[in-house]
Design a protein. Structure first.
Ligand code: ATP
Length: 244
């Protein structure tokens, strides 16, 4: 574990106008890892993702990606660099078909590096293999899909930007348990394909099961980090709600 992480934040502070939402957050993701980020409403999880993506103003050295300080770069530059996002609320083009939503992403993504195996890149065909229902409904307008199917489109669209790390903001939110499992079952395949994952998740058990490492946030600070497998319920509860 001596190599530099693929993505990391360093004493990251960020907020909205005069309101400070994050207080010195140190966070890292290594190549091939699945990292979960949990915490109650308002803990700062989405703000951390937004800060990494350049949607909020942060100092250059507060975010490092693949050996370079990139904090404060524009969001489109982050995506081109290889940081993908499945945003909270999905933000699809509701009036467009599934396939057109997927197609749009291709132009905005990371360009393959010299020597990179082209077969390892995501294609619409590979997205349809991950989520066969999307192939069946490829010409349907996204607006007419179920929430779970829309989430599949959002994940597919993000993968088509060829991310090296994919930030997923509450992909289970508002979905039925069966659908959540359908989506979470696909995550190991995404990881096997070489994409590291950051899962912001409200469901603590799900987060713990799906990840290698877990971070807990409370009031803008990381209160716990460690191996998901060995973390105790008591430690998580204390970090989640704060010690009384
Ligand atoms: P949730 O699960 O509700 O999305 P979260 O952990 O992602 O919670 P954030 O959305 O990052 O939390 O919010 C962190 C803090 O920043 C909260 O106090 C929230 O009220 C505040 N906040 C979030 N977005 C804004 C905004 N656009 N303007 C002002 N304050 C904001």
């Amino acid at each position: 574990m001596s190599e530099e992480p693929m993505l990391s934040t360093h004493a990251l502070t960020a907020g909205y106008g005069d309101f400070q939402a994050l207080f010195g957050v140190d966070f890292e993701v290594r190549a091939g890892e699945v990292v979960a980020l949990i915490g109650a409403n308002g803990a700062g999880k989405s703000t951390l993702l937004r800060s990494i993506l350049g949607l909020l103003s942060v100092a250059r050295d507060m975010v490092r990606f693949r050996g370079e300080s990139v904090g404060g770069s524009k969001p489109h530059a982050m995506v081109r660099n290889g940081i993908g996002i499945v945003p909270e609320g999905r933000r699809l083009f509701a009036g467009m078909s599934i396939e057109d939503n997927l197609r749009v992403a291709i132009d905005y993504g990371r360009k393959p590096q010299r020597g990179e195996n082209v077969a390892s890149l995501w294609t619409i065909e590979r997205i349809y293999k991950l989520f066969p229902i999307l192939r069946e409904r490829r010409d349907q307008v996204v607006h007419n899909l179920s929430g779970g199917q829309q989430q599949m489109v959002a994940i597919g669209r993000a993968l088509l930007t060829q991310p090296m790390v994919l930030l997923c903001d509450e992909i289970s939110l508002g979905l039925a348990p069966k659908v959540i499992h359908e989506i979470y079952d696909v995550l190991p395949m995404i990881r096997q394909a070489g994409t590291a994952l950051v899962l912001v998740e409200q469901d603590v058990s799900l987060a713990q099961r799906a990840s290698d490492r877990l971070y807990c946030m409370l009031e803008g600070r990381i209160t716990l980090t460690g191996d998901s497998n060995t973390m105790t319920r008591e430690a998580i509860a204390e970090a989640y709600f704060g010690a009384n």
